[in-house]
Design a protein around this ligand. Structure first.
Ligand code: ZN
Length: 312
């Protein structure tokens, strides 16, 4: 089974980046340096027929590493360190000017069109800097928390507290539930009222403390649809830094079939056959009044395709 999900193509060596000392960094930076700028939650992207993420190099990169910007060492590429750097609103326009034709944009709008390694790199940078932007203060005592270890930790500056905080990602299950009791089978998809017209997706939800992933799948599906499940099988995962999730993808078999929608969670939920799915448009192709599949960079779309292909 090929797994080529967006945001999963590792472009850098990431091992031990929190433990690299300054002299190691200085030695590596003699070979070059890359800087991925992030403004708020937006990445710098050269749009067009073949969109690309912008990675500054040379003197521009070295300049961006200075000042009081938040810096995170993401990893190395051919021994060259690559950093994520936060950009504030006073300098965003000037930085756009350094990359001819580029603009700061929401990665979600364009992620699936980027080269795979660019998508992963930009998602990584965005995710790390989002964490810093939300953890300026200690969650225990409220004192400022300072970045250290190349941006892989924030330590409380109150010496009586001094606790360390580490980058976090929130595990969320996402599941295609299928039934085999009808000819050709069917799968369970739902939609939120805030989504574009006619978009249906697999069910998803956050894992709670003290819960296995399989229990989270069973609980979320039942809460949202009143469908009972069994045979919960893990297939793949996808970082989803919008803002800070790790999506864990499953298939699960239904053992009951009468849907009762939790209207606080979903506006609709229904069984769809492979024929139904073949009538739905891809995300980018759908007109405003047409039913559509989930966005192409999502693990939801991938889980649906896995189920469609099982029949082939
Ligand atoms: Zn503290």
């Amino acid at each position: 089974m090929a797994i080529n999900l967006t945001y999963t193509t590792l472009s850098l060596r990431r091992d031990n980046m929190s433990r690299r000392p300054d002299d190691w960094l200085q030695e590596r930076m003699a070979h070059g340096v890359g800087v991925v700028p992030v403004f708020g939650q937006d990445n710098l992207i050269l749009d067009g027929a073949s969109p690309q993420g912008v990675v500054f190099e040379g003197e521009t990169a070295r300049t961006l590493l200075g000042g009081d910007r938040q810096v995170v060492l993401l990893g190395t590429e051919d021994h060259k360190p690559v950093f994520a750097v936060s950009v504030d609103e006073n300098e965003a326009e000037a930085i756009v000017g350094l990359a001819n034709g580029a603009e700061f944009m929401d990665l979600r709008k364009i992620g699936s069109l980027l080269p795979a390694s660019d998508g992963h790199l930009l998602a990584h940078a965005r995710g790390m800097l989002y964490w810093h932007s939300r953890h300026g203060f200690c969650g225990v005592c409220g004192a400022p928390a300072a970045s250290r270890h190349n941006g892989h930790e924030r330590k409380c500056t109150n010496i009586e507290c001094g606790i360390s905080h580490f980058p976090r990602t929130d595990p969320a299950i996402i599941v295609l539930v299928y039934r085999d009791d009808v000819p050709g089978g069917a799968c369970l998809l739902g939609r939120h009222a805030r989504w574009p017209f006619g978009m249906y997706s697999t069910l998803a939800g956050f894992v709670e403390p003290g819960e296995t992933l399989e229990q989270a799948v069973t609980r979320e599906v039942f809460e949202e649809s009143a469908i009972d499940t069994t045979d919960v099988v893990y297939l793949a995962s996808q970082p989803w830094p919008f803002p800070s999730s790790l999506m864990l993808g499953f298939h699960a078999k239904a053992t009951s079939y009468d849907i009762s929608v939790d209207e606080e969670e979903l506006s609709d939920c229904r069984w769809l056959t492979r024929d139904d799915l073949s009538q739905m448009k891809e995300w980018h192709d759908a007109k405003d009044d047409e039913w559509r599949l989930p966005r192409p960079d999502s693990i939801s779309r991938w889980l649906i395709q896995q189920w469609i292909d099982q029949k082939a």
